[in-house]
Design a protein around this ligand. Structure first.
Ligand code: ADP
Length: 262
């Protein structure tokens, strides 16, 4: 017969075989477990912001609506909760697509320095709130062309920079550098001097919904999916992602990219 090299085709074949024979096999069980686990996590993630929103609505219905000043405050808070829900759902949507391999990469050549600068600009306000500076750790950040999916790499850089702000200390710094690695690769490093991550958590960091500090992350409005999304995107490019971190000292996340032919 034919040799199957690709996992998706293989899984499809196994499923068809199982269906034809009306038998249950392990892959199906694993998938089912995975699905249950995922749905369990999802409902858990959505519960907290939903109850928060409901809390404000109930308080308003309970009489707070009469008070002009309180009314506005509660509606703003309820809206914050809704924004949070939208953010989580966007991440869920993305991770679902990434995990099912439904998302095709759209490769193009672009300047990674310019992309990083544009993310710096987008996050400037967020960083300023904690007096964190976002800078390049390079003498002259001049154009470096890479070949990748621009939008998805923008998502990667955004997630990593947002984390460096969320888990960074007030008055801290996040430094980004891009260096040549081997002949056709560059490595992007994002280094912060924030709270860091203790060793025992490192191996599980990129799992979806994994958090070092549950309440800390939720307070910061995280979905627990940021790093899982980052890992999927980098691996879809056949590139590598690394993390080095020391608790109370800081973290460095780095990933490789292919240089564009010039
Ligand atoms: P979220 O930030 O939404 O919780 P992520 O997947 O982005 O989810 O990150 C997972 C966990 O990794 C975070 O909850 C946090 O504990 C830890 N983490 C990620 N980035 C950093 C960082 N730069 N410094 C310290 N801890 C971090």
């Amino acid at each position: 017969g034919t040799i199957t090299t690709d996992m998706k085709t293989l899984t499809a074949e196994i499923e068809k075989f199982a269906k034809d024979k009306k038998i249950e096999i392990d892959t199906l069980k694993i998938r089912e477990e995975y699905r249950k686990d995922f749905l369990g996590n999802v409902s858990h993630e959505l519960k907290t912001p939903l109850f928060t929103v409901q809390g404000y609505i109930l308080t308003l219905l309970d009489g707070a609506l009469e008070d002009k000043n309180v009314r506005k405050k509660y509606l703003q808070r309820a809206n914050k909760g809704v924004e949070r829900l939208i953010y989580i759902i966007k991440d869920l949507d993305l991770i679902t697509k990434l995990e099912s391999g439904d998302l095709n990469l759209e490769l193009s050549n672009f300047d990674i320095i310019e992309l990083i600068q544009s993310v710096f600009d987008l996050l400037e306000m967020k960083a300023a709130k904690k007096k964190i500076s976002l800078t390049f750790d390079m003498d002259y950040p001049s154009p470096i062309y890479v070949r990748a999916d621009l939008e998805k790499i923008q998502q990667v850089v955004t997630n990593l920079l947002v984390n460096s702000i969320k888990y960074g200390n007030n008055d801290g710094t996040t430094e980004v550098s891009v260096e040549n690695l081997i002949k056709n690769k560059v490595i992007v490093r994002i280094t912060d001097n924030g709270e860091g991550i203790s060793e025992e958590h490192i191996p599980r960091l990129f799992e979806r919904f994994y958090r070092v500090d549950q309440s800390g992350s939720r307070k910061e409005g995280g979905s627990g999916l940021g790093l899982a999304i980052v890992k999927h995107i980098i691996e879809a490019h056949n590139e590598k992602i690394y993390v080095e971190s020391v608790e109370d000292v800081g973290s460095e996340f780095s990933f490789t990219l292919e240089k564009a032919d010039t």
